[in-house]
Design a binder for this molecule. Structure first.
Ligand code: ATP
Length: 228
């Protein structure tokens, strides 16, 4: 089964194409990474797939109609800085229509996994950058969506938190979630099942990291040669 689809997606802003015919199809329970420079179109692609932006041409899944199956951790901090960690989680849980008991159960498990259980009473605005990212992820996972979109989840995160984040993503993968994430770091997406290299709104290369690397020492070296 294919859980995430972009089929010939075109999206322009003021006549400039941010996405220029992007195709991808993520099978269930796989972890895919979209990598590309600043402005390559990564955020626009995820926002189109989530149904937050209307595409100019092409087709996406899950899109607006599949939102209850979707968790979307957007780039940046979109939670309430003057609410505590616990209050943010409870509020997001209520938006998803989770009952109090279900939300509390889910929150306890996820905050524990994210190493945030000791910070339940802290104001979200006072967390470190990495902790904010983890809280964003916890909130996106709260309703246990089978499909996850994570936009640059490790940008600005320290190396230890990054490791913890990847452990969490690994856990999601083995428990059957389908994950599409974006990253500006080539070395990071080597951990994905499949990598899509986006450049100026187009897919320049896609495949398993080992196939894309070929005889190059790293994915970064392979991609740099493609764009040279
Ligand atoms: N709402 C918008 N209005 C106008 N232009 C936009 C808008 N959103 C994105 N763009 C443009 O679309 C292009 C792709 O932007 P996008 O944010 O998708 O790239 P990105 O790969 O996510 O970059 P970054 O890593 O810097 O977030 C850029 O040229 C950007 O300026």
């Amino acid at each position: 089964m294919t859980e995430i689809v972009a089929d010939g997606v075109v999206k322009a802003f003021g006549g400039r194409r941010a996405l220029d015919g992007v195709d991808l199809a993520v099978p269930a329970a796989e972890l895919w990474g979209v990598v590309g420079a600043d402005g390559a179109g990564k955020t626009t692609l995820l926002r189109c797939i989530a149904g937050l932006l209307r595409v100019d041409a092409g087709r996406v899944l899950p899109g607006r109609s599949g939102q209850e199956r979707l968790g979307f951790a957007q780039q940046g901090f979109h939670l309430y800085a003057d609410l505590t960690v616990e209050e943010n989680v409870a509020f997001i849980g209520s938006l998803y229509g989770l009952g109090r008991a279900a939300a509390a159960r889910s929150a306890t498990e996820l905050l524990g996994f994210a190493g945030l259980q000791d910070r339940r009473g802290s104001l979200a605005g006072e967390l470190s950058g990495g902790m904010k990212q983890k809280l964003t992820l916890v909130c996106a996972l709260l309703h246990r969506p089978p499909v996850l979109l994570l936009d640059e989840p490790t940008t600005g995160v320290d190396p230890l938190s990054r490791l913890e984040f990847w452990n969490l993503v690994e856990h999601l993968r083995v428990t059957g979630s389908t994950v599409l994430l974006t990253s500006a770091y080539f070395d990071e997406v080597e951990r994905c099942d499949h990598v899509v290299y986006l450049d100026h709104g187009r897919v320049l290369a896609a495949g398993a990291p080992s196939a894309l690397r070929g005889t190059h020492p790293s994915l970064e070296a392979a991609f740099l040669e493609m764009t040279a």
